[in-house]
Each structure stands twice: as C-alpha cells, then as structure tokens.
Design a binder for this molecule. Structure first.
Ligand code: 48F
Length: 266
C-alpha cells in the first residue's frame, strides 16, 4: 500500500481542477482565439453578461502585443474615446494630450487579464487553435480544433480535441489565423471586399484605429473578427503602438455577439 503523500494531493489538485475547467468549457457560447487586448476585452464583457466564454491563447502568457508598449518601452497610448473601456475594467490611466491618455503597459495588460478571469471567462493558455469546425451544410462555423502549442511547435503527430461554440471570435492579431484557416480549407466566401482575406496594409495610425473598429464584425456565420485581425481580414492599415481601437473593437464584438446570442435565446 503506497502512502497518500502531500505531493500526491498537490498533483491531484491540479489534475482535478484543470479537468473540471476544461470539461465545463467543451461547449460554450463564445470561443475566443487570442488573448491580446481585443480578445481579453471581448471576453470580459461577454462573461459579465453571463455568457460562457473560453479563450484560447497559444503563448504561456496571455496579453498579446500589449506587454511591451512599443519597442519594449512599457507605456501605452490610448485615445480618450476609449477610456470608458478602461473605466469599465478598472484600469488606471493619466491624461497626456488633448486626445490621448497613457497607461502603464504591464498594469494595463495584467488588469485586462484579471478582469477577463474575474468576470468568469476561462483562459486556456499554451493552447493553440489549429482549425475550425463547420456544420453539416458547411454554412456556419460551430467550433474549434485545439491542441497544446508545444505539440504544434515540436511538430509532434498528436491529434487535437474539439470545442463546440455557438460563436467563434478570431482575435489573433496580425495573422488573422482563424479566418485564414476557415477560408483556405472550406471553399467559403467571406463577407469582405475580396470575398477572402483582403490583407493588411502599411501603417496609418489614425485610419488604422478608426477602421479596426469599423471592420469588427462577422465575416461568416458563426465567426467574428476583432482587433488587428479585423484589419487583416477586411484589408486595412496597421496602426502601430496605439491601443484605443483594440479596446473599442473588443467591446464592439462583445455587443455584436451578445445581440446574436440573445436573439437566438429570445
Ligand atoms: O496581437 P494581439 O495583441 O491582438 P489584438 O487584440 O491587438 C493587436 C495589438 O496588440 C497590436 C496592434 C496595436 O497597434 O496592432 O499588435 O488584435 O494578440 C493576439 C494573440 O493571439 C494569439 C497570439 O499569441 C497573441 O497573444 N494567437 C495567435 N494565433 C493563435 C493565437 C492561435 N492559432 N491559437 C491561439 N492563440
């Protein structure tokens, strides 16, 4: 008879709690891919509205492109139009100019992660999304195919698992990975100017910021896109180190998804 050691209890605690978390999120209202600013903000608002949200982030640390400010200078610039999102999520900021405020990038990024989790969203870090699932008719995306990122990085031949989702959000930033994969594999036409992935354009901060919010939407039934990925999918500018558009895009996606989920329930 082997003695039940303290170490065994620690290991069982980890396994039990992780299994419970994954099991509870095999079927969700919204599956978000990418824990950058737009994905985290969307997760926080959706979870606050009572929706079941799972967020998959391929890196160990959620936060995307926000930690390093610009060129590792750890300060962020945000337009005043977006401070309502910072207020909603209890993130500190300081006045900088007529149109801008600044925040500490570490404080802001960790605050967004905390708010998403505290609101009830489940973040699965180290997991990458490698594919989508479609319904039988091929007319709607209804889930994700996920695997551990180290498995992908090491090119190990190990099958993934699946997550069923009423709605999927591509918040993968520059690569627009989910929309790209969905379009490339399923011969579908996206609701974009080209019918496919239109492609990102060079840097224009003001236009890029405005358009990232305008482009936030649904390029295919069941699939939404936010943040930098929205500009990649709809063909507009990158914006460089300014984050108001990302915050407003995350909030707008949450509102669009909530309208769809609540219509289906009604
Ligand atoms: O790039 P990212 O921060 O996305 P965002 O919310 O914000 C963009 C800004 O950070 C910045 C900018 C502002 O001027 O342009 O770039 O649009 O975060 C995207 C996250 O998605 C993860 C990736 O690791 C990053 O943390 N990601 C990308 N592909 C996958 C993924 C995938 N296939 N599976 C899981 N996570």
């Amino acid at each position: 008879m082997v003695e039940q050691t303290f170490e065994l209890t620690i290991t069982k605690g980890i396994l039990d709690r992780f299994q419970e978390k994954l099991n509870n999120h095999l079927v969700v209202d919204t599956a978000i891919v990418g824990a950058g600013p737009s994905g985290l903000v969307a997760a926080a608002y959706l979870a606050r509205a009572g929706k079941k949200v799972a967020l998959f982030e391929s890196k160990l640390a959620p936060g995307g492109g926000m930690w390093g400010g610009a060129m590792l200078f750890s300060a962020l610039v945000v337009q005043k139009e977006a401070t309502s999102v910072l207020d909603d999520l209890s993130i500190n900021y300081r006045d900088y100019s007529e149109e801008l405020v600044t925040a500490d990038s570490v404080e802001c990024t960790s605050g967004l992660i905390h708010q998403a989790c505290a609101s009830g969203a489940a973040i699965f870090n180290g997991m990458c999304v490698e594919d989508v699932m479609m319904n039988e008719e091929g007319s709607r995306i209804n889930g994700l195919v996920v695997n551990w990122n180290p498995i992908r990085r090491l090119d190990m031949h190990v099958d993934p698992i699946t997550i069923c989702a009423r709605t999927v959000l591509d918040a993968t930033g520059h690569p627009s990975e989910v929309c790209k994969t969905a379009a490339a594999k399923n011969n579908i036409t996206l609701n974009t100017p080209t019918g496919g992935i239109s492609g990102e354009m060079s840097l224009n901060a003001r236009q890029g910021e405005k358009l990232t919010v305008e482009n936030t939407g649904s390029p295919f039934p069941g699939l939404y896109v936010s943040g930098m990925a929205a500009n990649g999918v709809y063909g507009s500018f990158r914006m460089g180190p300014i984050f108001g558009g990302m915050l407003l895009s995350g909030k707008k996606t949450a509102e669009l998804i909530l309208a769809e989920l609540d219509k289906d329930n009604g």
